[in-house]
Design a protein around this ligand. Structure first.
Ligand code: VGL
Ligand code: ZN
Length: 242
């Protein structure tokens, strides 16, 4: 190789690559995280409502589908969630006179963002995306089905005290680490990862396998909150070769 090429090569792989640290040459070891039997992939709300054409579309939401399908091959445990609201749910702006979607209101448990009607139980809008291919999925957690309480988190409803049972399920199966992905990064994914930490799990969020809504800076705020809580931010290529 020429001097220029060599200089470029060194710049890209750094000293660790040159020294050949570890079993595989680091410069080429793209997939560095190996989920084990104590790990679970949590696939959050990859539903028609949250992709293009849905009632609460997340920009480019459908792009996570092939990434998640590929990721799932690296996991023994896969759990899926579905946002699953009653008609007239308290989180819908339409249930509050004079309120419009994306405004907020105060409820008994705190400030609630008001959303367009979305993910109504049994509707096509609430179905999982048709291209989601997760034959290993062992559990589907539905959430947000109590009329007066929202549930972004797969672990705990928004009142902060009604459990979905997910933490107990995972613990009963020996799971101690969760890898969270799906829709939306700054709402259901973030709240799930934060509650996972509260419940004592190690938690990762797979950034490129998730997409955010970003309402008034919510995406940046969510990443900051997650970092403080010890949630690790990773990419799918850290787990499966790109
Ligand atoms: C979600 C807003 C309302 C989500 C669910 O899945 O992130 N966001 N309901
Ligand atoms: Zn919802």
């Amino acid at each position: 190789m020429t001097t220029m090429q060599r200089r470029d090569f060194v710049r890209h792989i750094g000293a660790a690559g040159l020294l050949g640290l570890g079993a595989a040459p680091l410069a080429f070891a793209a997939a560095s995280i190996k989920p084990d039997a104590k790990s679970a992939l949590l696939v959050v709300d990859v539903q028609n409502c949250f992709v293009t054409g849905g009632t609460l579309p997340v920009k480019d939401g459908e792009q996570v589908v092939p990434i998640i399908n590929k990721l799932s091959g690296a996991f023994e445990n896969v759990v899926v969630t579905q946002d699953w609201h009653t008609a007239g749910h308290v989180s819908f702006a339409s249930a509050h006179a004079g309120k419009k979607p994306f405004e907020t209101t105060k409820l008994g448990y705190g400030t609630q963002v008001l959303w367009p009607d979305h993910c109504v139980q049994g509707s096509a809008d609430a179905a999982l995306h048709k291209d989601l291919a997760l034959p290993k999925a062992q559990l589907i957690i539905r959430k947000g089905y109590h009329q007066g309480t929202d549930s972004y988190s797969a672990f705990m409803e928004a009142d902060g005290k009604t459990s979905t049972g997910l933490a107990a399920y995972l613990k009963a199966h020996g799971v101690d680490t969760v890898y969270v992905c799906g829709l939306a990064t700054d709402f259901c994914v973030a709240w799930t990862a934060l509650d996972a930490r509260k419940a004592g799990f190690k938690a990762y969020v797979i950034e490129d396998a998730s997409r955010g809504i970003d309402l008034n800076g919510s995406l940046k705020a969510a990443w900051e909150k997650m970092a403080k809580a010890g949630v690790k931010r990773i990419q799918s290529a850290d787990i499966v070769a790109a």
